[in-house]
Write a protein that binds this ligand. Structure first.
Ligand code: ZN
Length: 433
């Protein structure tokens, strides 16, 4: 008996050792694959063929189909006949001609200038009328200036030294509502160019131009911009889940839309915003689909219309496919592609128990350099759920990566420094709930 037992123990130890080795190997493998697969996803959905995941060129639609295919392949369940939850948005889109030259110098879209997404169409060559601090400092000249006829001119306004001189309201009126009734308005900036989509179309084009790209003595401008306004553009959220042992759910969400295109040649890749969130959700979906049945349903929500003002998540929160009360915890991921300085958790102060749990897991495993806390904020798709009483946090990564709403937010630049760390943290957290 004794020897038999001993022998059996050795056998058990041997097989345990083999199992452990296999486990460690597969664990290592899955770690390196996670980041590689995330990169593959980013390289696809941030490519030119996905047109910045906007509306007019079908980019958001193409992304939705890409996500749908992945979910199907993983065997995730639908709440309805389809993963899609359709809804309609208003959006102004710029997808045709798009060029600007000043004094015959052709400017580079996205680098030298951006059109405001609310721009109206316009083509032609126009004289520039310049408003700057030297004009404002001569009251008589300025008075005469503002009474001129600008109907055939383009106003170029340089704020340097103006905003300090109580010119703020006038600046707003000229750039927001074209109060001087010019053909178009050019606003000079010394900051980084940041593009935002628009739900409305104004009756004039607005160009944001970098001061360093402005030729000397600007006199004449050539503009070509085509905009198209949609009052009811159909898009969709995508909702899928893995069945758990109870009817309570854990939700992961990320928006998959981005800013679309600015003209035919310029698109916004949106690798960090929010290709990174989409890649995270698909990684988590793959992971949980290969595990044994989880305690709670694990639901994945991919929202559209976020960049236009949280449209998709708002629509969902008004038309949930299962009761919001059945959500145990809701985690929104938006811009999670860096992490060299850790993560920040919006609503961490509100859901302190869950925040502390994440910190404890992280301290034990060293997944991320730090987890920072933040109060509530209406800055991403968690917001309307929180307003309706769903316990929710929003996680974004912190790091050196600063490309935001511009043409440089590309997969090649995005470090994904702590991608696996964040995935491990979330998996441990869910398994511990
Ligand atoms: Zn964004």
């Amino acid at each position: 008996m004794h020897f038999y037992n001993f022998d059996k123990n050795i056998k058990t130890m041997k097989s345990a050792f083999i199992i452990l080795t296999i486990f460690l190997l597969s664990f290592q493998q899955s770690i390196s694959q996670t980041k590689e697969e995330a990169r593959e996803i980013l390289n696809t959905i941030c490519s030119e063929a996905f047109h910045g995941r906007g509306y007019a060129m079908g980019g958001a639609q193409k992304t939705a189909q890409f996500i749908e295919n992945r979910l199907k392949k993983l065997g995730l369940k639908k709440f309805d006949k389809s993963y899609f939850q359709k809804f309609k948005i208003h959006v102004n889109t710029l997808s045709g001609n798009n060029s600007v030259s000043i004094n015959n110098k052709k400017l580079i879209p996205g680098v030298d200038y951006l059109f405001s997404a609310s721009s109206d169409s316009l083509t032609g060559t126009f004289d520039l009328a310049i408003i700057d601090s030297s004009l404002i400092s001569q009251p008589e000249k300025f008075k005469k200036f503002i009474h001129a006829d600008f109907s055939d001119k383009v106003i170029l306004i340089d704020t340097l030294g103006l905003l300090k001189r109580n010119f703020h309201d006038a600046y707003q009126m000229i750039t927001e509502i074209n109060t001087l009734k010019a053909k178009a308005v050019v606003a000079i900036t010394r900051k980084k160019l940041i593009y935002s989509p628009s739900k409305i179309r104004k009756d004039f084009p607005l160009i944001i131009l970098k001061q360093s790209s402005l030729p000397n003595k600007p006199k004449e401008i050539q503009i070509a911009v085509d905009s198209k306004y949609y009052s009811a553009f159909e898009t969709q959220n995508i909702i899928a889940y893995i069945k758990g042992k109870t009817d309570t759910s854990i939700v992961f969400s990320a928006h998959y839309d981005h800013l679309g295109t600015m003209g035919r040649d310029v698109f916004f890749p949106g690798a960090n915003d929010n290709g990174s969130g989409v890649a995270s959700l698909l990684t988590l979906a793959k992971y949980f689909s290969k595990q044994k049945k989880p305690k709670y349903n694990i639901v994945f929500m991919f929202f559209s219309g976020e960049e236009l003002g949280l449209q998709g998540s708002y629509y969902y929160s008004e038309h949930p496919v299962f009761p919001l009360k059945k959500i145990k915890f809701f985690i929104n991921l938006d811009m999670v592609g860096s992490g060299d300085n850790g993560i920040k958790i919006v609503n961490g102060t509100v859901f302190k128990t869950e925040f502390d749990k994440l910190v404890t897991i992280n301290n034990r495993n060293n997944y991320l350099p730090s987890i920072k806390i933040r109060g509530k904020a209406a800055n991403s798709d968690h917001y309307f759920f929180f307003e309706k009483g769903v316990p929710t946090i929003f996680i974004y990564t912190l790091g050196k990566y600063k490309e935001y709403h511009n043409i440089f937010d590309t997969p090649e630049r995005l470090p994904l420094s702590k991608f696996e760390g964040l995935m491990h943290l979330l998996i441990d957290f869910i398994n511990d709930l």
